[in-house]
Design a protein around this ligand. Structure first.
Ligand code: EPZ
Length: 446
């Protein structure tokens, strides 16, 4: 397990190239198995999660090929920046296997996105039940409820969801909302399956996240007939078959938000290339109140912050509200704001494992149920801390960048799941980060 050694006190300055969205790319890779012929996805980030999805697609009979990376200089970035990814081609060679094994699912919960595509295209799916994770219980009941309404039958056998379809799925009108609001991957699973169902499906209470819309765009390029994506009511007119297509994955709004806040916490100045500020409207709203200056020109965002940060209140909500995936990073930022901030987590009420670690670095945060109360501190200090999940790790990296002294962050495999070349990108804009591989640390300890 690799660690990061981060020496704090830097001021981030320069340009960062934002990667394609992990949370759009993963379901889109699964959807690619539904087309006849080759699907080419551009901008798929190189992450351990996308590598796991490539492995899963290989087991499902797909040939997956990644083109060589492009050079950063070809888009005006300095040669110090990491190379850009080449397109990913996915071609179904045989369609007999219908199983996502527990070994893969336990490392990547997004494996659940193959459920809808497999049922619709192959008539059967065996997907290991994901189980809980560091951010909460993560049930998949809504995925199953929606697919059942389309006519799929399910049993749970030996920890696996076993789904079958007799004949063809049948479109219907359904409500897909749950106790915590809409489900992102559940909406994508049902929408993808409905694309090949007989007749019309209407999903009421659909998730409106940009990743859902991007999946709908890919499906439409493959020949699906989907309207209303991006709203709570999606209409899908089923078609007989889908073909391969070419598609560029949307920019990663969570990576963008993370870099905006990393610039702010270090009082820095960053230029973020290839991102979509429209996807971050609630985040910009909150950050402007904190005192962060954000402007945009075409696809580039300029961020700067040169004064004390103000305390604010924020509640996570489904899109277009403030995303849960940026809650931990905002908490790191507010731990240095003037005054008392309040953060309430409405999507995953237990997603607070970063609180204890930030407090180890000198933050003053108290948790009360789904709410965290943050008393702004004058400074943070370096400490050994442990990454518990992907976004919590990003928050700890941000805190370490500004802390006095050195922070050792263990278990950075969490961050490798979702932030492409994070330390290379940060080093290129002035951070002092060193990755220590398990092999080297074991040798040093001997
Ligand atoms: C997606 O997870 C993202 N993952 C998560 O990103 C993100 O935090 C989450 O959406 C919310 O925005 C991917 O896209 C791969 P949900 P998903 O179904 O779809 C409850 C990250 O850090 N629920 O929208 O699995 C659930 O417990 C990750 O990149 C049910 O009750 O989340 C939660 O309270 C982590 N039953 C709420 O709905 C279900 O069947 C929203 O979850 C499904 C969900």
């Amino acid at each position: 397990m690799d660690s990061f050694l981060i020496r704090g006190g830097c001021r981030l300055k320069g340009r960062v190239e934002i990667s394609g969205s992990k949370n759009a790319a993963l379901p889109e890779m699964a959807i690619s198995t539904m087309g006849e012929g080759k699907t080419t996805l551009k901008g798929v980030p190189r992450l351990s999660d996308t590598d796991s999805m490539c492995k899963l697609l290989g087991e499902l009979g797909c040939h997956v090929y990644r083109h060589e990376p492009g050079t950063p200089t070809s888009i005006g970035m300095s040669a110090a920046h990491p190379p850009l990814n080449g397109p990913l081609e996915i071609t179904v060679l045989e369609d007999k296997c219908c199983e996502a094994r527990y070994d893969i699912v336990k490392t990547m919960r997004a494996s659940i996105c193959v459920l809808g595509p497999l049922l619709a295209r192959r008539g059967k799916a065996v997907v290991a039940l994901p189980g809980g994770c560091a951010i909460g219980d993560r049930p998949v009941d809504l995925h199953i409820r929606g697919l059942r309404k389309l006519g799929a039958e399910f049993t749970i056998e030996n920890g696996n969801i076993v789904g079958t379809v007799r004949g063809r799925l049948k479109g219907c009108r359904m409500y897909l909302g749950g106790a915590q609001g809409p489900t992102v991957l559940g909406t994508i699973n049902v929408m993808a399956a409905a694309a090949l169902a007989e007749g019309e499906t209407v999903i009421v209470g659909a998730a409106c996240e940009p990743e859902v819309s991007d999946c709908a765009e890919l499906l439409n390029k493959m020949g699906a007939r989907i309207r209303g994506h991006g709203t709570p009511e999606i209409r899908i007119e089923g078609v007989d078959r889908l073909k391969g297509a070419e598609h560029r994955v949307i920019p990663d709004r969570i990576e963008t938000g993370t870099f905006i806040m990393a610039a702010a916490i270090t009082n820095g100045e960053l230029e973020l290339k290839h991102c979509n500020l429209d996807h971050l409207i609630a985040v910009i709203d909150r950050l402007e109140e904190v005192g962060v200056k954000i402007t945009r020109e075409n696809g580039t965002i300029f961020v700067s912050s040169s004064r004390r940060l103000q305390a604010i209140e924020m509640t996570t909500q489904p899109y277009p509200g403030f995303p849960t995936d940026l809650q931990a990073q905002l908490m790191a930022l507010l731990s240095l704001a003037d005054g008392i901030s309040v953060i309430t987590e409405r999507i995953f009420p237990d997603r607070f494992l970063h609180v204890g670690e930030l407090n180890r670095m000198g933050a003053s945060i108290r948790k009360e149920g789904p709410t965290a109360i943050i008393h702004g501190a004058k400074e943070l200090h370096g400490a050994p801390v442990m990454a518990s999940d992907l976004r919590a790790s990003a928050a700890l990296v941000m805190a370490a960048l500004v802390a006095k002294g050195t922070t050792r962050l263990d278990r950075v495999y969490h961050i490798d799941r979702g932030y492409e070349k994070i330390e290379q990108k940060l080093i290129a804009v002035g951070a002092d980060i060193e990755r220590i591989s398990e092999r080297i640390s074991a040798k040093a300890a001997a």
